[in-house]
Design a binder for this molecule. Structure first.
Ligand code: SF4
Length: 315
């Protein structure tokens, strides 16, 4: 088996509140990505998926757990020790309008990480021009300002900047959700083509299952700070097992796979400062049993398809 590019074990991010309460934004996540693989992290808003993205890149420190990139443990490293590793892991944010400085040209924005590496003069300009071409923008865009670009063009500029240091992992945090629907399709197609061309791995964060189905090899479904189901995309969308995944898939992806409930997902995600005992999905689960409110299911299963639900435990 190929050694993982990224391997996360027991990852947690807790935020203490007053009176001893704790927000468990991420609460024990295990995740692995192989080189060149695209893994989708999906779930409703507030489930902790964007926090996982920031933890993986060490933009915020974890409360507990291990993050290994190419076999090297990242937790505990200082900023200066992280700097050379960070060039291999880049993030694309949701909103390209906010990600670009309106006072800087496209050239200045894309060149920034290269300047930090010491590139200058004609070599720098040639490299930035090549990056623009790589993301499907004409060289003539070098001297444009963000207000002269469409949303899709801005997101391509952000991708060019992320590619500048030749990363091996791109973390894409809802990369198309701020774009018009027609532009979303173009950017998704472009991201697929880019991955095939450069052999990049993607950690693709999205609440939109249709988008994830289009882009990802494997999918991890997050609920209230934990992964509740993980497996190949065709199994997650074709034969989901966890009641939460089944409800998500049934609500957004017609035609509905056989046997899925008609009822949409009821209620909201509970407060991460008041996680229910036992299975955290129990208050919303149509399949709930007595033991579900007492016993916390663990993620288990073979053949790369794992689920955290008492209904699917090995006998
Ligand atoms: Fe539903 Fe119980 Fe499975 Fe949790 S463990 S998802 S409550 S059936």
């Amino acid at each position: 088996m190929t050694a993982p590019l990224l391997e996360v074990r027991g990852l947690a991010k807790h935020y203490p509140l007053k009176h001893g309460r704790i927000v468990r934004a991420v609460d024990g996540v295990d995740l692995a990505l192989a080189p060149g693989e695209s893994v989708g992290l999906v779930g409703e808003s507030g489930c902790g998926k964007s926090t996982v993205a920031r933890l993986v890149l060490r933009l915020i420190p974890p409360t507990a757990g291990s993050i290994r990139f190419e076999g090297r443990e990242l937790t505990g490293l200082s900023d200066s020790a992280l700097r050379p590793l960070r060039r291999h892991m880049q993030i694309i944010f949701q909103n390209p309008h906010a990600a670009l400085d309106p006072r800087r040209t496209v050239f200045a924005s894309v060149a920034e990480p290269l300047v930090v590496q010491g590139l200058a003069g004609r070599d720098l300009q040639a490299r930035v021009a090549r990056l623009l071409v790589q993301v499907g923008l004409p060289e003539g865009f070098l001297w444009r300002y963000p207000h002269e670009l469409s949303g899709g063009q801005k997101q391509r500029v952000c991708i060019a900047r992320a590619l500048a240091l030749e990363p091996r992992l791109l973390v894409l945090d809802e990369p198309t959700s701020a774009l018009d629907v027609s532009v979303q399709a173009q950017i998704l197609e472009f991201l697929q083509e880019l991955r095939a061309r450069l052999g990049l791995a993607y950690l693709f964060i999205s609440h939109n299952l249709a988008v994830v189905r289009q882009v990802c090899d494997r999918v991890a479904v997050m609920y209230l700070g934990r992964i509740v189901e993980e497996g190949p995309a065709e199994r997650i969308f074709g034969a989901p097992r966890h009641p939460y995944t089944r409800a998500l898939v049934a609500s957004v992806l017609p035609p509905r796979p056989a046997g899925l409930p008609e009822a949409p997902l009821a209620g909201d995600v509970p407060n991460a400062a008041a996680i229910p005992p036992g299975c955290r999905f129990a208050p919303r689960c149509p399949m709930r049993m007595d033991r579900c409110t007492r016993e916390d299911p663990t993620l288990s299963g073979g053949t790369g398809h794992r689920v955290a639900c008492h209904l699917h435990e090995a006998a």
